[in-house]
Design a protein around this ligand. Structure first.
Ligand code: ZN
Ligand code: MN
Length: 488
């Protein structure tokens, strides 16, 4: 049997605000003492009232604008009920029927367009850890409410993703947008971004995708979908989906029914594991939160937030390749981080003062991806531009430029001083080299005669003689040029 893979992604992102979603507790809790960033609101004490965080809502709207969503004119908060110790109120404040952002899209590097169903605002829950007492073997759990109430946005795609690779690329694109727009650092290791794919396999030709839904054709019975939790990295998004697809196909081929369920990704073993059968929306008893009034969003609000939009990687790749002639590969690498692309653009602008635009683009990309990455330190843009121009004028080699840069960085020297010294000593060396070459010519009269008789291959031998006399310190190209000049 042949199957199609159907994937939807839910991505939670902790947004970068000073304080929590509904109280004034500070958010930066990483490596802080447990339960030190708490108050009656985020501990869920009776009678405490939530006050929505304006900045958090702006960041949610900003993410919506960056992903071509429609922004709702009213903001509604709802209660999503379930019981767990990490949720002391017994409900999470979230959004149900009316999310802040809806119907967006994002185009991946593969040109596949991913449809975004919604982006809604909610709050994070506390962190629980499970332990075993070593002396008695007794199990116990600890809970830290520092994370409780941290602003969280949830990005939900339609089930329109057709490969593990596209799922990975989408998660990567979302992370890039978060970082470019300073919505979040989206550090998955710190739990600032969490991905939960839902996956199903359906027989080819037996289903259709319509209005964001998967529908069966004829009397075909759709297979249930499986959701994967605890994914801690972007690579694990791709790996866990690939694993799960293979498992689902095996289940079907062994004649088993696929049950709707939630599974966890075990990164150490590289497998997914059964956790629980999945709740449906009805189980959460959603209701409007009576503690929070409806908030209106004006056109002025949207205009103000739009000013925070900057050019995103997708657009940068397009501009670098089309306008600057940079290769697609290099454009992708450079624009994958905001820092790199800022460096590239500054270097490009500096080089444009001396080189033509295409040359400036290509050189900036080459040197950024070669020299700057290799040195791995902050290379001053003016210093680097100076060296690149000297290189283009044929005054120095790339190797020399790198040595000069390293020397100046390590020993805190001035690049133009060092460059002057180098040029002075290399012109002295050139004079010396010319003397050596005259000597070589004098001592190799037979080879010279052969060369003059048209046996041009003798040149290689003569250059070899120069290299031998200088113990390999001469530049062979330079030696060849001087030889040709003198023999004319
Ligand atoms: Zn609080
Ligand atoms: Mn959620």
């Amino acid at each position: 049997m042949e199957y199609d893979i159907i994937i939807g992604l839910e991505i939670h992102v902790q947004t970068k605000t000073e304080s929590k979603m509904f109280c004034s507790c500070k958010t930066g809790y990483f490596q802080e003492e447990p339960n030190t960033h708490v108050c009656p609101v985020c501990l869920g004490l009776p009678g405490a009232l939530p006050v929505p965080n304006k900045r958090a809502i702006e960041l949610c709207i900003l993410m919506g604008l960056a992903t071509n969503c429609t922004i709702n004119k009213e903001i509604h908060f709802d209660r999503k009920h379930y019981f767990y110790p990490d949720l002391p109120k017994g409900y999470q404040i979230s959004q149900y029927k009316e999310p802040i952002c809806s119907n967006g899209s994002l185009t991946l590097p593969s040109q596949n367009k991913i449809e975004i169903e919604r982006i809604h605002q909610e709050e994070d829950v506390a962190k629980s850890t499970h332990h075993t007492e070593s002396s008695t073997g007794k199990e116990y759990s600890l809970i830290d409410y520092n994370k409780s109430g941290v602003p969280l946005i949830e990005i939900v795609t339609k089930p329109c993703i057709r490969s593990a690779r596209d799922a990975k690329d989408f998660a990567t694109a979302i992370r890039q947008i978060c970082r470019y727009l300073n919505i979040s650092d989206a550090d998955m290791e710190k739990g600032q971004m969490r991905c939960e794919p839902n996956i199903s396999i359906q027989e080819k030709g037996k289903w259709e995708y319509k209005d964001g839904k998967i529908l069966s054709i004829g009397d075909y019975k759709l297979n249930a979908k499986v959701e994967i939790k605890n994914i801690g990295s972007i690579t694990a998004v791709e790996k866990s989906i690939a694993y799960e697809v293979k498992r689902l196909i095996e289940e079907k081929e062994n004649g088993k029914e696929i049950m709707q369920q939630t599974r966890g990704w075990n990164a150490d073993k590289g497998i997914t594991e059964f956790q629980r059968s999945k709740e449906t929306a009805d189980d959460y008893r959603y209701m409007p939160d009576p503690d929070i009034p409806i908030i209106e969003i004006s056109k002025q609000d949207i205009d103000r937030i739009s000013k925070e939009l900057v050019e995103l990687p997708e657009q940068k790749i397009e501009r670098y390749t089309r306008e600057y002639g940079v290769s697609e590969y290099a454009s992708k690498v450079i624009s994958s981080s905001k820092q790199n692309s800022e460096y590239f653009e500054k270097l490009f602008n500096k080089l444009k003062e001396s080189l033509d635009e295409k040359e400036a683009g290509i050189q900036a990309a080459n040197w950024l991806m070669g020299t700057v990455y290799a040195i791995g330190k902050d290379v001053d843009i003016n210093d680097l531009a100076l060296l690149i121009v000297k290189f283009k004028e044929g005054k120095i080699t790339k190797g020399i430029a790198e040595e000069l840069l390293k020397d100046c960085l390590e020993n805190n020297k001035d690049i133009s001083d060092e460059l002057n010294k180098f040029e002075k000593s290399s012109s002295e060396n050139a004079n010396k080299l010319e003397d050596i070459i005259k000597e070589v010519i004098k001592n190799n009269q037979k080879a010279i005669q052969d060369y003059k008789d048209g046996k041009t291959s003798t040149m290689g031998y003569l250059v070899g003689q120069v290299m031998q006399t200088t113990k390999g310190s001469a530049n062979p190209n330079e030696a060849r040029n001087i030889l040709e000049k003198l023999l004319k």
